[in-house]
Every structure is written in C-alpha cells, then in structure tokens.
Design a protein around this ligand. Sequence first.
Ligand code: IYR
Length: 219
Amino acid sequence: MTAEEKTVPLSFERVAAEETSARAKRFAEHARLRRSVRKFSNDPVAVEVIEHCIEAAAQSPSGANKQPWTFVLVTDVNVKRSIREACEREESAFYAGRATRRWLDDLKPLGTTPDKPFLEQAPALIVVFAQRHGDERKDRHYYVTESVGIAVGVLVAALHHVGLGTVTYTPAPMKFLSKILGRPDNESAYMVLPVGYPAPDCDVPDIERKPFDEVIVRV
Ligand code: IYR
C-alpha cells in the first residue's frame, strides 16, 4: 500500500517584525532560566497540564512523519516506587564501577549520586519510549533517535514554559522500564522526565552555559 501526496494550505499567522524580535528576546531570556530540577515539592500538578505539554511534544517533526514515540505518564505511587528502586539498583552498579573514572570525574560538578528520590517525590514521571519500528517489523521508522530527541526537547521547553520543573534523566541500561510499564518489543526506553514544582529548598549545580560566541559561527 503506497500513500499518495496530498496537500492543504499552510495555516500560518504572520506576526509583525517588532513582535518577532520581542518574542525572540523573551524566549531566549526565559530559556536562560531553565535548570534541571532534581528535588521536587509534593505539590500536586493538574494532569491535564502535563498532558498538554505531551501533546505539544507529539507535534514535533519526525522521520517520514512516523512519530516514533510513546509517552507513558506515570502518577501511580507504587509504579513510581518500583521505577525508583530499579533505577537505584542500576545507578549503584554504575557509580560503583560500570562508569569510567573519567565519566565520574565529569559528573562531579553535578553532584549526582545513585540515590534518586526525585523519582518518587515528583508527582508525575513521563517515561519516553522510542519506537524502533512500527507494530510490524516491516513498518520502518527513520531517524528515530533524532525524532524522539526533538520531541523531548519540545517537551522540556513546554514544561518550562508552563512553569514546571523537570530533568532529562537517563538510567543506563533502562530495559527494566519496558518490563515495569509493559511496553511492547518494538519500543525501547529513551528517557525519564520527572515533572513537578521544584522543592522550595531546591539547589542546582553552580554551572554555566558557554558564552554565546563560543557556540555560534556566523558565515
Ligand atoms: N545516570 C546517572 C549518571 C549521569 C550521567 C550523565 I551523562 C549525567 O549528565 C548525569 C548523571 C545519574 O543520573 O546519576
């Protein structure tokens, strides 16, 4: 079965140049305030707010529009606890020897440890899965890592935009997440994003982004 090309007019609202400039500046300034949050308050968050952020992420571009992502929204306290316990088991092995000395040295400024209380403190976890292929193996997916990475980027931006905190957490390996969450074989766990309000006493590492001149090359 081959689908034919069909087009519709682009729905696009052209904004005035001054407004574009103002938005660009505001967006960059707000992005500057985003930090990875690893300590959450137990204040509840309306599930529909998180769902709207996931909906925004699911509008991302993807290879051949295959949309190779599944977002598992976990609010069940028992499932959160199981995920925390399994993550901490993997992290203990990581910090006790699986990681290279150089890797552990690079992590020192972040102050991360095998303890992951944020996986239970946060009112919700979004576990993102990458669909390596469709329901059937012959249904190919393309640029899966890039596509899911873009979707997670949009998700992080959306959560920040609405005033929530998160961290892009990647236990390794994370196969256990498929088992706990009952995901099919064509999906592999990609990232865990705890979501909530930062704890009032949330500290963050004293680190900075590179100066802008170091990341941009103008040709
Ligand atoms: N997954 C571990 C280690 C870790 C790895 C990287 I790369 C980081 O940027 C941060 C942590 C942990 O979360 O502790």
